[in-house]
Design a protein around this ligand. Structure first.
Ligand code: ADP
Ligand code: ADP
Ligand code: ZN
Length: 214
């Protein structure tokens, strides 16, 4: 099963993508996580991506598309995957559609996790991320057992620089301009599914399972 998660920054795409990956036994591919791992390891890709990410903008399509297409051609992607944070622009979506077509494949579901802007700033300022394993927490809605420490790997949790309110406002603006049009794109492709992302995490997941099938 090939699934795309759509939604504003902080809508809960990553939270739900991890649950989907575990239930349906497919890899969770987050372009944001791939960029952050590259930044942490000081790679050339990471250095190229960092300034765009810090400013709340998008990493250019020339960098992002090739990276994602390489990833979905890896062996673990044969039975599908859940894409989290890609595509984010119409050219990214078109490149993905074309690459899949060449393999005789297509996306099964594009799940839009709908959350209004008013809720986003609050979600992001409470988000804490583990740069060790990619786990995500929320200080109120999904707190770790021990404050500031990752339940999974024990590393310390951070507030991402780009989750500070000024940058979140910029990211929301970029979302509305460049990413929101993908909702219509996938509606036209006939694969759009919508869920109410303001519900609690388990309810949102149940709504997604109802769509994908048990
Ligand atoms: P969030 O989960 O909060 O939406 P991500 O971790 O997906 O954030 O992305 C963090 C940043 O990485 C984005 O703001 C952007 O700069 C960059 N990024 C991630 N995915 C893409 C993409 N598909 N195209 C361009 N930039 C991306
Ligand atoms: P995205 O990947 O779309 O940027 P995340 O999955 O990282 O979003 O979620 C953003 C923040 O909101 C995290 O701190 C997460 O724990 C929290 N969160 C996710 N889903 C919900 C929900 N349904 N209700 C409340 N908080 C949520
Ligand atoms: Zn961790």
């Amino acid at each position: 099963m090939k699934i795309i998660m759509l939604g504003a920054p902080g809508a809960g795409k990553g939270t739900q993508a991890k649950k989907i990956a575990a239930k349906y036994q497919i890899p969770h591919i987050s372009t944001g996580d791939i960029f952050r791992a590259n930044i942490k390891n000081g790679t050339e890709l990471g250095m190229k991506a960092k300034s765009y990410m810090d400013a709340g903008g998008l990493v250019p399509d020339e960098i992002t598309i090739g990276m994602l297409l390489d990833r979905i051609h890896e062996a673990d992607c044969q039975n599908g995957y859940v894409l989290d944070g890609f595509p984010r622009t119409i050219p990214q979506a078109e490149s993905l559609t074309k690459a899949l077509k060449e393999m005789g494949e297509s996306i099964d579901y594009a799940v839009n996790v709908d959350v209004p802007d008013e809720n986003i700033i609050n979600r992001m300022s409470g988000r804490r991320a583990c740069l060790g394993c990619g786990a995500t927490y929320h200080i109120v809605y999904n707190a770790p057992a021990k404050e500031g420490v990752c339940d999974v790997c024990g590393q310390s949790l951070v507030l991402r620089d780009d989750d500070k309110p000024e940058t979140v406002k910029k990211r929301l603006q970029v979302y509305h301009e460049q990413t929101q049009p993908l909702i219509d794109y996938y509606k036209k492709e006939g694969v759009l599914a919508e869920v109410d992302g303001t519900k609690d995490m388990e309810e949102v997941f149940q709504a997604i399972v109802d769509i994908l099938g048990a």
